[in-house]
Design a protein around this ligand. Structure first.
Ligand code: SF4
Length: 405
């Protein structure tokens, strides 16, 4: 399925999700996200960005003590290993799976299709299966092609190429993967990248296993991480969290400290609805992240996901030429304030629009949202699946609590 560049900007659940899409809405070309631009756009690319990406390929130069030792780089790079194996396997054809291309199907669709007589029970089963494979959260929303990238990236030359999905997808299964809190607390150290890499590696395994399960039932399923479309609006529509002033999804369970993955499928499933958890209400009286942002890229005023999609921002007005296009994506601030943040991608956080960590953020909701004014709302939220037991946090010889230099 090849999607047109623009779609009618209206869906019944938009308002409940805090989404208002204006008539000049444009779908986002993934080529313009900050991580991709760091390879082709001379305004972004620098010796530092090259070194940042190279350091994930065992070329790290240990330096500056805690958080940047050889052991810290070793843990980070090892954490990325499974994700790297998947993202590298299609490199010869320009498909960086999980990041700039959907993950290839390793399982054929079974010729005999399992009948689904009750989509609600099937949705409950899918959430149990997601939990079984290791997802921390799972919600389901309708297929919405507004959030698909207008084009994906051919990583051989970083040109635009069609962003295709099989015909007839009806649902998006969104899964949340919490990042290790103690590691996240060490941002912007190299060691903190272990929290990111570990979840990407988990994500890769989980979305592939989920897709394989659905395909064995006789239905289409495309496994996706950061590729193919923006996950933030899908996560909000699936009731997993609310869009916050820091441009991330804040969840009751983990605050913004998680990553999201997704499965596009035609398996008959009942959809969840957006939930009001008090996040945006709290953001309306809190400006801590906006106050802390050095280039004032975060918005003040009432939170509206829609406004971020259509209105020029302060950063754009100050001369960042890609800001408007990036806003059309609903992507995070670091992608849209390139001179301040994109030039130093290891020093900030992003919920990769991909979605992200919330790490290092001043947000008082960094760990969870289960208290105060939101307690009742959080308790009322439809809880797709229970959290899994805490994972082993790795060798104890690593001091995850040390401060970044
Ligand atoms: S710091 Fe305050 S305004 Fe910013 S996302 Fe967190 S709660 Fe919302």
């Amino acid at each position: 399925m090849t999607y047109p560049s623009n779609r009618p900007p209206d869906r019944p659940t938009d308002a409940a999700a805090g989404i208002e899409v204006t008539s000049d809405f444009e779908r986002f070309a993934q080529r313009n996200d900050i991580f991709t631009r760091a390879f082709w756009d001379d305004r972004i690319r620098s010796r530092k960005t090259d070194a940042f990406f190279a350091s994930y390929r065992m070329e790290a130069t240990p330096r500056r003590g805690d958080g940047f030792t050889q052991r810290d780089f070793a843990l980070r790079n090892a954490s990325w290993l499974i994700s790297d194996l998947i993202s590298d396997r299609g490199s010869e054809s320009g498909e960086r799976e999980g990041f700039q291309a959907a993950i290839r199907n390793d399982t054929p669709v079974a010729p005999m299709q399992q009948a689904v007589e009750d989509p609600t029970r099937m949705a409950e089963e899918i959430k149990r299966i997601a939990n079984f494979f290791g997802a921390d959260l799972c919600g389901i929303t309708e297929m919405d092609d507004r959030w698909l990238y207008a084009s994906r990236v051919d990583t051989r030359d970083f040109s635009e190429t069609p962003n295709d999905l099989p015909e007839g997808m009806t649902s998006v299964i969104v899964m949340g993967h919490q990042m290790e809190e103690d590691l996240v607390a060490t941002y912007p150290s190299a060691l903190a990248g272990a929290a990111t890499g570990r979840e990407y590696s988990h994500e890769a395994a989980i979305v592939m296993q989920m897709a394989a399960y659905i395909r064995n039932l006789g239905y289409e399923a495309t496994a996706s991480m950061n590729d193919t479309g923006l996950v933030i609006p899908y996560a909000v529509k699936a009731g997993l969290g609310e869009y916050a002033r820091n441009q991330m999804v804040i969840t009751p369970e983990f605050g913004p400290r998680l990553r999201f993955s997704k499965i596009f499928t035609n398996l008959p499933l009942t959809h969840d609805l957006p939930q009001q958890m008090g996040v945006r209400a709290f953001c309306d009286i809190c400006t801590k992240c906006a106050d802390a942002c050095p280039v004032k890229a975060l918005p003040y005023g009432p939170q509206r996901l829609a406004a971020r999609m259509s209105q020029p921002s302060r950063a754009y007005e100050n001369g960042h030429p890609t800001r408007r296009n990036a806003l059309a994506s609903g992507s995070s601030c670091r992608r849209t304030a390139p001179s301040a943040c994109g030039s130093a991608p290891s020093t900030g956080t992003s919920q990769n629009g991909i979605t992200g960590s919330g790490s290092g953020s001043p947000c008082p909701r960094g760990a969870s949202w289960r208290f105060g004014l939101t307690a009742s709302a959080a308790g009322a939220k439809s809880q797709p699946i229970g959290g899994r037991p805490p994972r082993d946090t790795g060798p104890q010889s690593h001091d995850f609590h040390h401060a970044a230099p």
